[in-house]
Design a protein around this ligand. Structure first.
Ligand code: NAD
Ligand code: IPM
Ligand code: MN
Length: 357
């Protein structure tokens, strides 16, 4: 039996509620997959900061990094809380983890499952994945302001795009497209952002030449938002920068039945650091502590975690159970977070066994 060291960062708001359900599901599929999860829980987030003043200590980071894989719920307080100024949780915790652990592939799949109440009337078969660059762009904190608070204030937030960083994520996106329906769409804004856009376009052309089986398409980000609503079935793999990817994946969540279903992985494909899996949504302070959150996004993030560990059969078992649970929702009364987790566990069924004779 393989022991997998799993770091849990439940975080704030609904984070602990949804992580509890994802852990239930992981523990339920572990025996059939021949693994055991050795879990360590880290108390991090806005609540810890308000209590102790700590955001993410060097010891926390080192301890987290010593695990094989990380499952995070959500971190962050109520938007606008004056005690949480300067994005200390978003930057000092979530982005610090993504940057320090070199999570350069932010993988965000979208599937419109049968029976899901999508706001799109006729959408066809929607199954695409956004490969969002995770370590660069305007997220790096290369910025500053002068003359702050005066009418002459100048505020800069520079988007960093390195040939190294763009190349490695584009290569990963092509490899994923090659293993899927062989279509890759670069999303950028090359008509205005000519320097960064030019780099992305050139790298896609160069790397694309080594993946002749993959058809390449390009969309400006504004047009991409149109097609995500009018024709999302056209997409297979979308590759884009950190900020465009952030925005597009909330929209992708909304068209596929809500943010409560949207899963993600912050992946270090090289395996030098543990990868981190988390729902796309935040801590949802408006519904926290009421068992109203849908844990499906966290459960599907756990399925991505299983994929990453090479436990594909277990991951597929989880996804099949989730699809069955979603299909059974129509017309039924709302359930609690824990009831949904229990229903997914119940829907897992028996693992496929390998015949021994
Ligand atoms: P949010 O995603 O927390 O909430 C947006 C809306 O979606 C709310 O109405 C919420 O109730 C609903 N929602 C979210 N998840 C849901 C679920 N699982 N089931 C049902 N409804 C759900 O976004 P926000 O309000 O902009 O952010 C709240 C806090 O979370 C902020 O501090 C923000 O910085 C942080 N945040 C953290 C992460 C993360 O940890 N990865 C991601 C996004 C936002
Ligand atoms: C997400 C979130 C984060 C991001 C924030 C909270 C830093 O919106 O995971 O999508 O912008 O990446
Ligand atoms: Mn986001």
């Amino acid at each position: 039996e393989r022991t997998i060291k799993l770091a849990l960062i439940p975080g704030d708001g609904i984070g602990p509620e949804v992580v509890a359900e994802a852990v239930k599901v992981l523990d339920a599929v572990a025996p059939g997959a021949g693994v055991e999860f050795d879990k360590t829980t880290f108390s991090l987030g806005a609540a810890r900061f308000l209590e102790t003043g700590d955001v993410l200590t060097d010891d926390d980071l080192a301890a987290i990094a010593s695990n094989d894989v990380i499952l995070l719920g959500a971190v962050g307080g109520v938007p606008g809380d004056p005690r949480l100024k300067n994005a200390n949780i978003e930057r000092g915790l979530l982005l610090k983890l993504r940057f320090s652990l070199d999570h350069y592939v932010n993988l965000r799949p979208t599937v419109i499952y049968p029976g899901v109440p999508s706001p799109l009337a006729e959408h066809g078969e929607v199954d695409f994945v956004v490969v969002r660059e995770g370590t660069e762009g305007p997220y790096v904190g290369n910025g500053g302001a002068i003359r702050t608070g005066t009418p002459h204030e100048i505020a800069n937030e520079v988007s960093i795009n390195t040939a190294y960083g763009v190349e490695r994520v584009v290569r990963d996106a092509f490899a994923r497209a090659s293993a899927r329906r062989k279509k890759l769409t670069l999303v950028h804004k090359t008509n205005v952002l000519t320097f960064a856009g030019g780099l992305w376009k050139r790298v896609v052309d160069e790397v694309g030449a080594t993946f002749p089986e993959v058809a390449v398409d390009y969309l400006h980000v504004d047009a991409a938002t149109i097609f995500l609503v009018t024709d999302p079935a056209r997409f297979d793999v979308i590759v884009t920068d950190n900020l465009f990817g952030d925005i597009l994946t909330d929209l992708a969540g909304a068209i596929s039945g809500g943010i409560g279903l949207a899963a993600s992985g912050n992946i270090n494909p090289d395996g030098a650091f543990p990868s981190m899996f988390e729902p796309v949504h935040g801590s949802a302070p408006d519904i926290a502590g009421q068992q109203k959150a849908d844990p499906t996004a966290a459960i599907l993030s756990a399925a991505l975690l299983l994929d990453h560990l090479g436990l594909t059969d277990a991951a597929d078992r989880v996804r099949t159970a989730v699809v069955a649970d979603i299909a059974s929702r129509d017309g039924r009364p709302a359930r609690t977070t824990a009831e949904i987790g229990d229903a997914v566990v119940a829907a897992l069924g028996a693992p496929e066994t390998t015949p021994t004779h």
